[in-house]
Design a binder for this molecule. Structure first.
Ligand code: QV4
Ligand code: CA
Length: 484
């Protein structure tokens, strides 16, 4: 459950938060596949409660009404089409699986697929679920429970969301059948929402009943789904992430906190020479890593001082470090613009999601940020693919916030977080030649639109990044030569 089964030569996953299936299929073919992205995390594909009372907030999708594949993102046929087209483009699909709970006691009761419910009586005819399928006696998780009481964290309601009892065979069957339908349609794995709120023993049974990945979609026979479980563990809680790592991968929330802290200037970059488990992070193969996610970018969930697209220069540097460094399985966030932390995606007055428009410089419009289309970000996916399985070598720092390292003999990256210029002759580990920095520009015909770096026969090159540069990063790799 810890192998994402990316197509060879691809890496990194992007969360296309609230995107429509048709748009994701287009994006796989026109951008993600050609740029070497490994996969896409999609918003929950199952029917959710429609919440007009809050003007269709993004979080309505975390309130399931049934396992029918009908949401604002599209219907079952559009879903199937997306998975097929993305797999053909070498890009895997990972749905967000909401299996801990159903809806809250909201006043509205109609879902995106037309199902209705009677929440006060735990009735969800679209599945169907009834009172016996939920934990009893009824209780709601309180703030203090997280520190003391694992049983309450798992058996009581998260924010009043009706808490399913995964200990029963009937509930397990509904969940397993839902996930297996998605696997048969070609998905490569799942994010397990609110995993902290379910018993590891129950999840273990559910995972063990999942089908192998569909060989008709190009997966090797016997492949198990990639599973990454949402467990927020920053220490001091009754439920620990280690209870879940024996089952599958876990979201590593310390990763984004520490890198945000460093790239905001609150911790010197030189300390990143030991980046990885020495920082209290999970073992490499257990960690799904990211800077921000859809919750903490807007103060939900772990919250905290996370870098987001709103602090673009520092954010791009933190993302570049994540993609340049071999530790973890990186995930990128791709957002819609927001000021109101509850607001849903760009939509028309019927509540239909408005597609992103694509500008000639690769960026998006219509209210979509598309961080994954920012040059320093997608070019670093290319860097990661070129670096392959190599480790970190030839680490250099100036004792402060200027750092650089190689990935084997394939790739070199430098960062300048100081307020003065980086101007050094550094070992790049690359074969002699002229390389285009993929952060400040790219290769165009036989020249570079940004900085060019000349590597000598000793592998050394003059590297310069000044504080006034648009980005605090410089990256070159075998493949970014100005003449090939
Ligand atoms: C309200 C009251 C409650 C009351 C309840 C009564 O606040 O006190 O008990 O009504 O019915 C929404 C509203 C919330 C409302 C609730 C139920 O925001 O105010 O409760 O619905 O109607 C997202 C949002 C939540 C949202 C939820 C469901 O973040 O605000 O709640 O969707 O729509 C912990 C968990 C972690 C979790 C994180 C947010 O350990 O698992 O909190 N993260 C995941 C997702 C997240 C999602 C959920 C879990 C739930 O990443 O996006 O919550 O699926 O850290
Ligand atoms: Ca639960």
């Amino acid at each position: 459950y810890k192998n994402p089964y990316y197509a060879s030569g691809h890496s990194a996953m992007v969360h296309l938060f609230e995107w429509k299936w048709d748009d994701i299929a287009d994006e796989c073919e026109r951008f993600l596949g050609p740029k070497g992205f490994g996969g896409v995390q999609i918003s929950p594909p199952n029917e959710n409660l429609v919440i007009w009372g809050k003007n269709r907030p993004w979080w309505e999708r975390y309130q399931p009404m049934s396992y029918k594949l009908v949401t604002r993102s599209g219907n079952e046929q559009q879903f199937a089409d997306m998975v097929r087209r993305c797999n053909n483009a070498g890009v895997r699909i990972y749905p967000d699986a909401i299996i801990n709970h159903m809806t809250g006691n909201d006043p509205e009761n109609v879902g995106t697929g037309g199902s209705t419910g009677d929440f006060h009586n735990w009735q969800y005819p679209g599945v169907p679920y009834g009172r016996n399928d939920f934990n009893w006696p009824h209780c709601v998780i309180g703030g203090n429970d997280y520190a003391c009481c694992a049983d309450r964290v798992r058996n009581c309601e998260l924010a009043g969301l009706k808490d399913l009892n995964q200990g029963t065979e009937y509930v397990r069957d509904q969940i397993v059948n839902y996930m297996n339908r998605l696997i048969d349609l070609g998905v490569a794995g799942f994010r397990i929402d609110a995993a902290k709120h379910m018993w590891p023993g129950d999840l273990s049974v559910i995972y063990s009943r999942l089908h192998n990945l569909n060989t008709a979609h190009g997966f090797p026979s016997g492949s198990r789904p990639y599973i990454y479980q949402e467990v927020i563990d920053l220490g001091g809680e009754a439920v620990r992430r280690e209870e879940y790592t024996s089952l599958a991968a876990v979201t590593e929330f310390k990763f984004g906190l520490e890198l945000s802290n460093a790239f905001k200037g609150n911790n010197q970059l030189k300390w990143l020479s030991t980046w990885g488990p020495a920082w209290g992070l999970l073992p490499h193969e257990d960690a799904l890593t990211f800077i921000d996610n859809h919750d903490n970018q807007r103060g939900h969930g772990a919250g905290g001082n996370i870098l987001t697209y709103k602090q673009a220069k520092q954010y791009k540097a933190a993302i570049a470090f994540m993609l340049a460094h071999p530790y973890g399985e990186p995930q990128l966030m791709s957002s819609f613009d927001f000021w109101d932390t509850e607001a849903g995606p760009p939509m028309d007055h019927h509540g239909n999601i408005i597609s992103p428009s694509i500008n000639s410089d690769n960026t998006c419009g219509n209210g979509w940020i598309c961080e994954h289309r920012w040059r320093p970000i997608y070019q670093m996916v290319g860097f990661r693919n070129a670096a392959g399985n190599t480790g970190v070598n030839d680490w250099w720092d100036n004792g402060s916030n200027q750092i650089a390292f190689c990935r084997g003999g394939n790739a070199f990256v430098a960062f300048n977080g100081d307020s003065w210029a980086l101007n050094e002759s550094l070992q790049t580990c690359l074969p002699a030649g002229t390389y285009c920095d993929v952060i400040s520009g790219e290769k165009s015909h036989h020249s570079c639109t940004g900085k060019a770096v000349t590597v000598g026969h000793d592998g050394r090159a003059h590297i310069s990044i000044s504080p006034g540069d648009f980005d605090m990063v410089l990256a070159i790799y075998v493949g970014s030569e100005s003449r090939l």
